[in-house]
Design a protein around this ligand. Structure first.
Ligand code: HEC
Length: 154
């Protein structure tokens, strides 16, 4: 009988007082860990707030880069250009077996295009050339306007 009760305390060794102490310790260390995380987060927010403040301070009123920013129309044109024209009109590194760059570079060509030159440009985009597809059925008139606005920024 006494042996049994003895063995029952022995049996409860794992879940006995020592184990409870262990659990308590674990609880404490979890708490400690949480405190560390919370203070780290606090520092992080303070720090990022600080850098945001510094950035706001150091930002000049208008940089030359901002002056070159594309208008909405021009950025729409850029998107269209990248989708529809860049395959042939952007210079790229050729890999073995890749098709050659077909179209001429358009950089700087239409910077100062007068309205009648823009009309010719529009006609060319719509009709295409000997080695360029026409886009009269592929682009809305508004999209051609956007493209021309973008080409003038190149
Ligand atoms: C399949 C290739 C290809 C695609 C796609 C293409 N082009 Fe071309 N592009 C050419 C080629 C090639 C020429 C030179 C004329 C020719 O051989 O047809 C050219 C010429 C031009 C020219 C006249 C340049 C000059 O110096 O006279 C313009 C402007 C032009 N392309 C604009 C565009 C625009 C805008 C798009 C997109 C909407 C576009 N191209 C899509 C191949 C292409």
């Amino acid at each position: 009988m006494t042996r049994e009760s003895g063995s029952s305390t022995e049996g409860s060794f794992l879940l006995g007082p020592a184990a409870e102490r262990g659990l308590q310790n674990e609880g404490k260390s979890i708490l400690k860990f949480r405190m560390i995380i919370i203070s780290a987060l606090g520092f992080a927010t303070l720090y990022s707030g600080g850098t945001a403040y510094l950035l706001a301070q150091s930002k000049p009123a208008a940089t030359p880069l901002e002056a070159q920013k594309l208008s909405e129309e021009e950025s729409r044109g850029e998107g269209l250009f990248l989708q529809r024209c860049s395959l042939c009109h952007l210079p790229r590194k050729l890999k073995f077996g890749s098709p050659p760059v077909i179209g001429p570079s358009l950089s700087g060509q239409f910077k100062d295009a007068a309205p009648d030159q823009q009309k010719i440009l529009r006609g060319f985009i719509l009709k295409g050339g000997p080695n360029m597809p026409g886009f009269q059925y592929g682009l809305e008139p508004k999209e051609v306007d956007d493209l021309i606005a973008y080409l003038k920024t190149l």
